[in-house]
Design a protein. Structure first.
Lengths: 259, 259
């Protein structure tokens, strides 16, 4: 049985047997200084196009490392198609939310400005780095997309009609999430959470009139915005999302050499 | 209609109309220096015994504040009975997990030492402070209990048989959470998550043999320990937990003067 890779890394380059890949200085540092790896050690690579590969470290120097893919351990496959639409929140909570949402299978982050949003700027590079690390750690084969900030009104005006927008509605008038989700036909979904100040009444009224919006209640307590996002995503994945896939992927994974 | 309280605070003392309550120096600082409140302003109080009250600030000085309860706005009631059994993790993730779990209605935190636990110490006072703030913010009427750290083996040896222990099982062999939870009879529950290194195979084998343990799968991705806790709690509350109560409590809340 081949050695279990000590790290799992996303790379931009194509992956093919024998075709050496140069890692970034940050990745080289992680392997050399943090994980104490050297030539001959195994790592796993994915690039969101060519599946997952086990690769061997060929050369290692300060800030530079090349690895050579040996064998594909997973074919590329479609992954969870689930968007998270959210109002930017304070940095530590936003970082945490992006990490957790990536682990829960979010495919696109769609930041929106709402009436009560009080944080209007995002650092997309930082969010992309957090999402990449979470994708590596959670054994995804893809990275989520970080979209540009847009006003909520424009996002819903351009909304793809077949995608259900699941509105985490704290007003107390929405049906419990499990009951509302049980009524939904299959199809792509997005989860929408408001800012810390909640949605304006006028925003909720407008959202509820849209045919693709499905308001859901997340219980009797007041949830912070990041808590609502993570809880909403978990319930949506559990009820009609990709959590039914657990056996297939995992058992496949366990038979492969690197898991 | 009375003024909406600008803060919601937990206090240890009994609450009764007209009986002045001395706030802690930290609470006095929050009201005076952070929220800029003064005599005559309204705050909400709860003590986990006497329901929720709207109270009026009577005196305010540096580090000292007295408030007088005027009217009970919610009677005390039973809240979510759900334990979280978890292996201690690194501080920032633990703090987030305790905040989120409190918002999701955890009534007792049960830290356990498992085979792969690599953080063995907890600061119970810090966790209690985080839980108290999350309880204030999420409009709970109770605080969760922070139990002492115990070996997992001792916790399960002393387990109350009627409480189902929902094991977040990343091995890939557990049924999806929604399917497993649909089979469970009503009754009190606990969610169990392992440390970052996962459970040892021998621990999983022993847990699965216990009649009160219900293994559940949380999807095809590898979740961090704190993500598994929050996602598992959300799904358990959504399917047979207290999320069906959304309408009752919230509509009651909206009719009351302070919401």
């Amino acid at each position: 049985m081949p050695q279990k890779p000590a790290a799992r890394l996303f790379v931009e380059t194509g992956l093919a047997a024998g075709a050496a890949v140069a890692l970034s200085p940050g990745q080289a540092h992680q392997l050399r200084a943090v994980l104490r790896l050297g030539p001959g050690d195994a790592v796993a690579l994915f690039n969101a196009r060519d599946g997952e590969w086990v690769a061997r470290i060929e050369t290692m120097a300060r800030g530079a490392c090349t690895v050579v893919p040996e064998q594909q351990t997973h074919a590329q496959e479609d992954e969870s198609d689930l968007w998270l639409v959210f109002a930017p929140i304070k940095r530590a909570r936003l970082d945490f939310m992006v990490e957790k949402a990536t682990e829960l299978g979010v495919s696109a982050f769609c930041p929106v400005i709402t009436a009560h949003t009080n944080v209007e700027r995002l650092n997309p590079d930082r969010l992309a780095a957090i999402a990449r690390e979470a994708a590596e750690q959670s054994e995804r084969l893809t990275l989520p997309e970080i979209r540009a900030v847009a006003p909520l009104s424009r996002l819903v005006a351009d909304w793809p009609a077949e995608r259900r927008l699941i509105l985490c509605d704290e007003s107390g008038t929405a049906p419990p999430a499990a009951a509302a989700l049980a009524e939904l036909p299959p199809g792509p979904r997005a989860v929408l959470v408001g800012p810390e100040g909640g949605f304006a009444e006028s925003e909720l009224d407008a959202l509820r009139k849209l045919p693709f919006v499905c308001p859901v209640g997340l219980g009797p307590r007041v949830l912070r915005s990041d808590t609502a996002a993570i809880a909403g995503l978990a319930v949506v994945q559990s009820l009609g999302g990709d959590w039914d896939a657990v056996r297939r992927r995992r058992l496949q994974g366990r038979a492969a050499p690197i898991r």
